[in-house]
Design a protein around this ligand. Structure first.
Ligand code: ARG
Ligand code: ASP
Length: 695
């Protein structure tokens, strides 16, 4: 009996500690610290975030605003995903030096490659500034008045913040505008490429394996931060030196096993965990399917052409990966929402909320929120899809339309203010040059023919034979001459003339209509969040992801996606060899890796079972932006590199379900094995601090 009681207690603890959440690192003391300890962590809240002493947070950098990276040596060596450094690797690649295909390894500091535009940002400190930001905001104000007061307060506060000259500040909204935090940041702009495995390792399995388990991808790349002589952020210069970090992560050679604690520390981008059921329904039944169809139509053409030509493969690699990634995610998201009965569950939750409102006498104040969502979504659904279809066609997939869209922005700028001509011209010229670096008119025309019907009945592919935009020199020539001449040339261009009425319609009708509806929904979301926290105060609320630094934690766990199927949490090099298809663009394996496998030449990187682990699963609640985030063990050592989630669990952006939501990490021992044994870059291993916490 006593045993059963203890067991029951254990099970409740397990369950209550496995609910997901992306937490603010400066607020871990109390509930989160306790949950982490229950899951096996030996870390204190202060080990993770401390303003006065160095802590784990000092090793975590926001990589180019979209991914996460971590410092892994006292000389500013940085680890992130292969797919996060992809466009930099691509930019240094050519048919002669195909780093995408063959990999790249700098064998000395001199060989490390600069990347203009690339930056890494660290968090110096985080402060709750809700009172200051919301000062003077009242319930009687209109949404516009509220927002204008908030932005005035924020600007005034930021101007007064104590910080060093080289630091920056930003204020971000949390809990749908119910709370505000200030971030003091430090941004480094001299970031050099140190190493990347070949795509046959770093992108092994490509789209077929993307978002799924079992996974065997070595999705990593390495960079280095350079600073000035005083160790401060500086623009690129040959005088810069490797950055000495406040903290870098030691790397565990002992790895993890099922049930071990892990924590993922990074910059998750966006989640929508508090959506009403009607919104989840709209997204999965209408919005996602529309976007999936457009991308599928584009990919059909791009994939075929990439397989047929190396030149097109290199040019379209990054673009294709971007289009395919969200396409596949949305399909998985729909599956997961359906499988987990998320809509029904959300309705049941809403019934609980409504009941709590009644019990607390809050019905009059908040009882209209949910019915109001139904009304708003009814009006929002069509315009949301129409607007997004425009974006998918004119910005994401078809480049001729994208060029006309940019050219239209040029026209608008110049028409509004003739003085802006030189600047606008410079900007459009650089956009066009950028697009043409990776452009093929034949491929783009194929994409046009496929995607345009999703937006309009007026599909005219003959514009490709008449427009100047498909040829860089001709396109640039359009912008030669006086403002008047340029605008005349532009409007005489066949593609521009074709696209302009649709672009005008987007700016004058579609987007404004969307904004009106969207603002109403956003304001209602703020009210809903307030009401939730008042009506159900004992629930566990974490703020939606907003590209700020967060902690999520869990354990190494397999999962069961369907009846009679169970995925074990760790994959091995053996699985890479099992998947090997010679010459295949997704599943080829480099000969050297096969040789190492056959010779079992694993050095210190094998597990106790004699195999090299490649990827592992955890219950950490992650999203886009967490790519490249470190997976940290109970003692603060690096054990994994987060890069993906399992297909059935990508719905965690709206509905985290501990049963099937798993994040996927590369085992650090695989990373080290590749760097050391495959690439022979032993000098990088020597920079790191390797530890044995389990021995
Ligand atoms: N799905 C992962 C993420 O959202 C990895 C994407 C990169 N890999 C790929 N095959 N496109 O970013
Ligand atoms: N692959 C994603 C990223 O790039 C991570 C995820 O969505 O799980 O951030």
């Amino acid at each position: 009996m006593k045993f059963i009681k203890i067991l029951l207690l254990f099970i409740t603890l397990q369950v209550s500690a496995q609910q997901g959440g992306m937490w603010i690192p400066s607020l871990l003391e109390g509930m989160n610290e306790q949950e982490m300890t229950d899951l096996g962590s030996k870390l204190t809240a202060k080990d993770i975030y401390d303003v006065n002493n160095s802590s784990l947070k000092d090793a975590i950098g926001h990589f180019n605003g979209g991914c996460t990276s971590e410092v892994i040596s006292p000389k500013g060596l940085i680890l992130t995903n292969h797919h996060c450094g992809y466009s930099q690797i691509q930019s240094h690649s050519s048919l002669e030096n195909d780093y995408l295909k063959d990999g790249f390894w700098a064998m000395s500091l001199e060989e490390e490659l600069p990347n203009p535009g690339l930056f890494i940002e660290f968090i110096v400190r985080i402060e709750d500034v809700t009172t200051q930001v919301l000062n003077g905001v009242t319930e009687e104000m209109t949404e516009k008045e509220k927002q204008s007061t908030i932005s005035k307060n924020s600007n005034a506060f930021e101007a007064e913040v104590k910080k060093e000259a080289w630091q920056d500040t930003k204020i971000k909204s949390f809990y749908k505008g119910n709370q505000y935090f200030l971030f003091v940041t430090e941004r480094f702009n001299d970031i050099r490429l140190v190493g990347a495995p070949p795509s046959s390792i770093g992108k092994f399995g490509s789209d077929t394996d993307n978002w799924v388990f079992p996974r065997h991808t070595g999705d990593f790349s390495m960079f280095r931060i350079y600073a000035d002589k005083d160790n401060r952020p500086a623009e690129y210069s040959t005088d810069n030196v490797p950055y000495k970090p406040k903290h870098f992560l030691p790397i565990s050679l002992d790895g993890v096993e099922e049930g071990d604690f892990t924590m993922v520390f990074g910059f998750p981008g966006t989640t929508d965990e508090y959506l009403p059921a009607v919104a989840i329904e709209h997204i999965t039944k209408e919005y996602n399917p529309s976007n999936i169809a457009i991308r599928e139509a584009a990919l059909e053409v791009i994939d075929k052409n990439m397989k047929a030509s190396d030149d097109i493969r290199i040019k379209y690699a990054s673009k294709q990966a971007r289009i395919a990634n969200a396409w596949k995610k949305w399909i998985g998201e729909n599956l997961g929402i359906e499988k987990s009965n998320a809509v029904e569950e959300r309705r049941a939750f809403e019934a609980t909320f409504t009941k709590a409102l009644k019990e607390k006498g809050l019905e009059e104040k908040y009882g209209n929120i949910l019915p109001q969502f139904d009304v708003l979504y009814e009006k929002f659904a069509d315009i949301n899809i129409k607007r997004r279809s425009f974006i998918e066609v004119f910005i994401v997939t078809n480049e001729l339309m994208n060029m006309t869209f940019r050219a239209n922005q040029f026209e608008q700028a110049v028409t509004q203010n003739p003085e802006a001509f030189d600047k606008a011209k410079e900007s459009i010229e650089s956009t066009l040059t950028g697009v043409h670096k990776n452009y093929n008119a034949k491929v783009d025309k194929g994409v046009f023919v496929n995607v345009m019907p999703f937006y309009t009945d007026n599909v005219d592919a003959t514009i490709y034979d008449k427009t100047a935009f498909v040829n860089l020199d001709a396109a640039l020539k359009l912008f030669d001459g006086s403002a008047e001449e340029v605008l005349k040339n532009l409007n005489n261009d066949a593609a521009y003339a074709y696209a302009k009425p649709m672009i005008d319609n987007f700016y004058n009708v579609i987007n404004p209509e969307f904004q009106v509806e969207n603002e109403l929904i956003t304001a209602l979301e703020t009210e809903y969040m307030t009401a939730l926290m008042i009506a159900l105060p004992d629930a566990r609320y974490f703020p939606d992801a907003n590209s700020t630094l967060r902690v999520t934690y869990g354990q190494v766990r397999g999962y069961s996606p369907k009846d009679a199927v169970y995925y074990m949490p760790v994959s091995y090099l053996d699985g890479v060899i099992e998947k090997y298809v010679p010459g295949d663009y997704e599943f080829d394996v480099p000969q050297k890796l096969i040789d190492l496998y056959e010779a079992k030449d694993y050095g210190q990187y094998a597990d106790t079972n004699g195999k090299v682990p490649v990827c592992f699963l955890g219950t950490n609640h992650t999203t886009g932006g967490n790519s490249g985030s470190p997976a940290i063990d109970a003692h603060g050592n690096l054990v994994g590199l987060n890069f993906d989630r399992v297909w059935e669990g990508t719905m965690s952006d709206m509905n985290y379900d501990p049963e099937i939501c798993r994040n996927i990490m590369v085992d650090l021992r695989y990373v080290l094995f590749i760097v050391d044994k495959y690439a022979g870059a032993k000098h990088l291993i020597d920079e790191m601090k390797l530890v044995h916490p389990k021995k």
